[in-house]
Design a binder for this molecule. Sequence first.
Ligand SMILES: O=C(O)CCC(=O)C(=O)O
Length: 285
Amino acid sequence: MFSEGDLAEIKLQFETQGFIHLRGVIPADVVARVRMAFDEAAGERLRLPRERQSNDGAVPFYDIPNVLDVDPVFVDLVDLPTLFPVLLQVVGTDIQLNHTTARLFYPGPTFTAPWHSDIPHVLGVSQNNSVNFFVKAHLFFEDLTPDQGCLAFIPGSHRYPPGYPRPVIRDMERCSAVVKTVPRAGDAILFNTHVLHMATDNSSPHVRKSLIYAYSHYWVKQYDNAVPADLERYATTPQRKQLFGVDIEGVPYFNRRLDRVEPIPLFSTFSSAARKVIRRALQKM
Ligand SMILES: O=C(O)CCC(=O)C(=O)O
């Protein structure tokens, strides 16, 4: 658990650098459960697709759909007691889960654009001033090797003014403006989605496995894969309800805060999130 002083330093680093590598924040028993559940859900997909075996560059990755419905351990990760205080610091008390991804990145070149922001086209936000707008947590449950598709960042680049040219970096391993992270099982890498970043090539012979949980504010439209189908089972606390986008009657989206939650009738609690789940079920038909 982080102390108040740790959290203040983490926030300082996050706001100045745009990312932070948090080591060992996922407890070992959770790491073990995630590893088993992930591999079981991935099944056949763990084997390299034929296209990748012949190295023609196709099928760079596979995302396991709706991971919150796959195993309870993936729901436990949304507000891990070790990590959630950090998310609260770097997003704010109106935090909501925005989307989830469970990814297998097969050996081969990277599939991400070099040095990109995820949100350059979002309107209504001054990205270079909004250091807490949209945060991703990449969660790792296996050790990675440096050549296994690790994330790299240009620290501080989330502060570049609009229109600032994208850097051209010839050799990132030798460039002092770049930080490449090499996570171990149990680590989380949090970043401001506007900081320039990329996944590096996976030139190892192994699939890179990771989870990506993205967080933003309650008023930002949430993806269906951020809401478990069995809400009554999982949305058991005010924190979970807010993360999963369960509205409180009479509380405007902009005013939602974790430190301002009052008990409310079950029906109104679940109605909006239930609508989302029904919509998702209908889309599958
Ligand atoms: O490493 C990945 O899977 C994707 C990295 C990335 O560009 C992102 O999460 O925005």
